[in-house]
Design a protein around this ligand. Structure first.
Ligand code: 5RP
Length: 242
């Protein structure tokens, strides 16, 4: 990606982050997503708090990274133990299909993300238009978090389903990536994902699997950043129109 493409990408991510943050009402408990797009939403929430435009909110972070970012932006944190009702969750995605089914987990945070996003009254997904696909799995593998002692049996079970699993490696660390939960992760490509809901259930049914990155029937609203006539524009896709 050249510099101007990546500047445009940043602009689109910031625009959708701001649009999502603008929808949060004072008094809300907010699920705070993980990733570069969700980070913009957290920053914009922080700005609203500092400006006094938003008060009395608490965030439930979906990862170690989201918690740190929230602290740096002055967002008070809570947990699902203390605050089980989440009014709104804001999170990114790696792919969004026409039914608003998602692949998530590019940042290996999909397990906590799914728990928090699924429990929110309103789950807002924020993406740029490059994340829109006709079919899940066309640009991105499905992340599958699993217990370290189950890597071999889960790999074999996924191969029997027709998937091609690859253990995700750590960055600046020799050996596999370790998730926030102390687990490992397989990135699984499939020749075609015909029924994402069925695949989501089938993968989670393999003993040793903790959670996979297919999010089917969870997104309520997707805010898509795109350039229209040279201007940044935020398009809304909702479950009722999908
Ligand atoms: C992390 C995620 C992210 O939300 C997803 O990978 C999108 O990230 P980005 O906004 O950086 O493209 O699911 O586990």
């Amino acid at each position: 990606m050249n510099d101007s493409n990546s500047d445009t990408q940043q602009l689109l991510k910031s625009a959708v982050g701001q649009a999502a943050a603008a929808r949060v009402a004072s008094g809300s408990v907010i699920g705070l997503g993980t990733g570069s797009t969700a980070a913009f939403a957290i920053e914009h929430l922080g700005r609203r708090l500092r400006a006094g435009d938003l008060t009395d909110v608490r965030g439930v972070p979906t990862s170690f990274d989201a918690a740190n970012l929230a602290r740096r932006n002055g967002i008070p944190l809570t947990t699902m133990d203390d605050t089980p009702r989440i009014h709104v969750a804001i999170d990114g995605a790696d792919e969004v299909d026409p039914h608003l089914a998602l692949i998530k987990g590019g940042g290996a945070a999909h397990t906590q993300e799914k728990i928090i996003d699924a429990h929110a009254d309103l789950f807002i997904v924020i993406v740029d238009d490059k994340k829109l696909v006709q079919r899940l799995g066309s640009t991105f593998a499905v992340p599958v978090e699993l217990l370290p002692m189950a890597v071999v049996p889960v790999t074999r079970a996924i191969e029997r389903l027709g998937g091609h699993p690859q253990l995700r490696m750590g960055a600046k660390k020799i050996g596999p990536l370790i998730t926030d939960q102390g687990n490992m992760l397989l990135d699984v490509t499939f020749d075609a994902i015909d029924d994402p809901a069925h695949l989501e259930r089938t993968l989670n049914n393999i003993p040793g699997v903790v959670e996979n990155g297919l999010f089917v029937g969870l997104a309520d609203l997707v805010l898509v950043g795109e350039i229209v006539d040279g201007e940044t524009h935020v398009r809304e896709l909702s479950r009722s129109t999908a």
